[in-house]
Write a protein that binds this ligand. Structure first.
Ligand code: V4E
Length: 227
């Protein structure tokens, strides 16, 4: 879940039949179960996604904009990386204008700039999520890790181990903790799972997906045959 100004460090994985049991064995607690709709917005040319920026309206949470930040600095991209979460509307509008090369309008919310910036809905799907939390013993940062087990309404399941940090300097330690927990969950770090939005585009907007495939950097891995 987005928190303003926080850096989200994450690794996606393919959940198996024993994932929940393993989480319990490791002392994780089920924090909540929720269902929400995400609607992603972009220009007809996918200018945002092609620049690795992701604008969505999450039911129950509002507008969220994920921007590459620490991930780029850490030289990582794609499946296990760090993104800055922007959730206040003036900050989202300012960043949208920056990415799209537009003048920032006075006093406009996100809904007010969709038309002028040619942003329209490109994907919309419902996710059922079980959200677990776990304090990793031996964590130098003493931080909590979150594990989300998601099932999207287009029959796609994906897990995510996530840490939220406030500074780029904390990203490497958080990444190491995430990889430790993934190992303990029996999730091989090399067994990567694509994000729901990527699989959605691949299945339902194949032309957009192909555009994105060409535009994203070579180090960003796109699924060839996502199920
Ligand atoms: C695709 C993507 C982003 C948008 C979606 O973020 P994601 O973490 O998948 O959302 P969700 O709902 O699963 O979790 P929550 O936000 O609730 O924690 S943000 C970064 N990416 C990166 C990315 C990329 N650039 N290229 C490819 C092929 N995959 C992923």
């Amino acid at each position: 879940m987005a928190q303003e100004g926080m850096i989200e460090v994450e690794l996606k994985f393919v959940p198996g039949p024993c994932t929940e049991q393993r989480l319990r064995e490791l002392g994780a607690s089920l924090e909540r179960q929720l269902t929400f709709r995400d609607s992603y917005y972009d220009t007809p040319e996918l200018d945002l996604m092609r620049a690795d920026h992701w604008l969505r309206l999450r039911e129950g949470s509002g507008w969220e904009f994920k921007c590459p930040g620490a991930g780029a600095a850490a030289g990582r991209s794609g499946q296990n990386t760090a993104y800055l979460e922007v959730t206040t509307e003036p900050a989202i509008v300012a960043r949208l204008c920056e990415v799209l090369g537009a003048v920032v309008p006075a006093e406009e919310g996100v809904a007010g700039v969709l038309g002028p910036l040619r942003l329209r809905e490109v994907a919309s799907f419902v996710t059922q999520r079980s959200s677990w939390k776990l304090a990793l013993s031996g964590s130098q940062r003493g931080a909590l890790l979150r594990v989300d087990l998601d099932t999207a309404d287009f029959d796609y399941a994906v897990g995510e181990v996530e840490a939220l940090v406030s500074e780029e300097a904390e990203v490497p330690a958080a990444l190491e903790e995430i990889l430790n927990l993934s190992n303990m969950l029996g999730v091989p770090a090399q067994e990567k799972a694509p994000a729901k939005i990527i699989v959605y585009l691949q299945r339902f907007r194949p032309q957009d997906y192909q555009q994105l495939l060409k535009a994203l950097t070579p180090q960003t891995e796109m699924p060839q045959e996502a199920k």
